[in-house]
Every structure is written in C-alpha cells, then in structure tokens.
Design a protein around this ligand. Structure first.
Ligand SMILES: [Zn+2]
Length: 237
C-alpha cells in the first residue's frame, strides 16, 4: 500500500528508476524503497523549474545546445531601417536546432494560456500568458512561426508544440532572415489591440519597437537566458 501510494506522486525520472528497482521485493525492502522514493519526490517537487527552452533540444533546461542568429542576442542594438528607428532587440532569436526543414517544432516555454495569435506569414505570432507558482503573471512571445496548432483561449503545455519553424519553401517565399524563432519574455501585460480583418485574433501588441533605452528594455522584458538560468539554477540546488 505504501509503495502504491508513492507511485502516484512519483513524477521525476530519477525516482521512477528507483521505483522500478524496488518492485517485487520483500516487505521490509519495499518499505525502505518507498521511503527513499518519498525523499527524492519531495526534493524534486520543491526544486522543479517549470520553464523550458521553446526549441527541441535533448535537454530543454540547459543553454548548452542553444545557437542564436548573428544578431539574435537579447539587448543588442538593432540599427535603424526605413520606418523603424534604432532599438534594443527585446528577444532571443533561437536558430533551428537541427536540419529539419519539414516540421521542426516550437514549444511554449511553460504552461499557460494563449491570449493573442496572428498567422499572417512571416510575422505569425503567439502570445501566451503564464501565472507562475508565486502568482506573478508574465507573458511569452513566439514570432516567425508557422502552422500554429493553438488559438486564443487554449491552454498550452510545455511539451506539446504550438507551431513549427518555417519550411524551405516558406523561407524562400518570405526571406531566410526569418529562419529562427524570435522569443520574448515580458514583464508587462501587452497592449490591447483593435483586431483587424487581416489579423482578427491579434488581440495584443508587444513592446518590441518601444525599447530605445536600457531602462525601457528592463521595464518591459526579462533577458531570456538570465531568466531561464535563474530558474534552472534554483532547481539544481
Ligand atoms: Zn528577434
């Protein structure tokens, strides 16, 4: 009975391994194993970090396999171009993690709910609202994505894709500069928008072209690398 009870709360890999090793042994050993599992489970529960990279690498809680585009670093100053003044880059631009140009998935970084979507080609964008375990609300943004699998109001799971990187055909049509996912973590609720015919479910606008000083950048955005690393470090303590 004890073993069964703990079986229900064991969710972490390490603990699962131990549980397997403990099955079908004598009663005393069973009790010992169950207590051991309980210790591991409670440690995991306290230290779990619910945030994951939005790309499909083997360890989504490590920066080791991350590759960014040349100008994809968060906080880089982007030069002025026609109609757009120079501004800070508010995102991290993740490169495609492999050479899958068919269906390379993009995941939400944590559980949450979709509050805005647009799927007009290279500017396709999803905004997801997250409530953290200490009841903070923050927002993640995914841009240049294709084949959205969710709509406004849907809840998302960090292990279920919300879209994919563009295919070669799409990139040839829109431009290869979009061969990445532009990923933002916002501290502020995005600005409400009046939907248009072309983008009827684009209900919010992000602050990506409103950050002209470091102070503005810090007011609206987390640096994704620092944000993730802080969560992962806390979890490994
Ligand atoms: Zn970007």
């Amino acid at each position: 009975m004890i073993a069964l009870r703990y079986e229900q709360v064991v969710v972490k890999q390490g603990a699962t391994e131990h549980r397997r090793a403990c099955i079908d042994v004598g009663r005393i050993r069973l009790l010992f194993c169950s207590l051991w599992i309980a210790v591991i489970s409670s440690a995991s529960a306290q230290s779990a970090c619910a945030w994951y990279l939005p790309i499909n690498v083997s360890n989504r809680q490590s920066w080791e396999q991350v590759r960014l585009t040349k100008i994809g670093e968060f906080g880089l100053v982007r030069k002025a171009r026609p109609g757009i003044p120079a501004h800070y880059h508010t995102a991290t631009d993740f490169m495609r993690p492999g050479d899958n140009y068919e269906n390379e998935p993009i995941f939400p970084a944590a559980a949450g709910r979709v509050i805005s979507q647009r799927d007009d080609g290279p500017f396709a964008q999803l905004i997801v609202e997250h409530v953290t375990h200490d009841h903070d609300t923050l927002w993640t943004v995914y841009e240049h994505i294709a084949d959205l699998t969710v709509v406004v109001g849907d809840t998302v799971d960090p292990f279920v894709p919300i879209g994919r990187f563009m295919t070669k055909k799409e990139l040839s049509k829109y431009g290869w500069q979009f061969d990445h996912v532009h990923f933002e973590i916002m501290k502020h609720r995005p600005r409400p928008l009046q939907p248009t015919k072309k983008t009827p479910m684009r209900l919010f606008k992000v602050y990506n072209l409103e950050c002209y000083t470091k102070a503005e950048l810090e007011k609206y955005y987390y640096a994704p690398h620092e944000f993730f690393q802080a969560c992962w470090n806390m979890a490994s303590r």
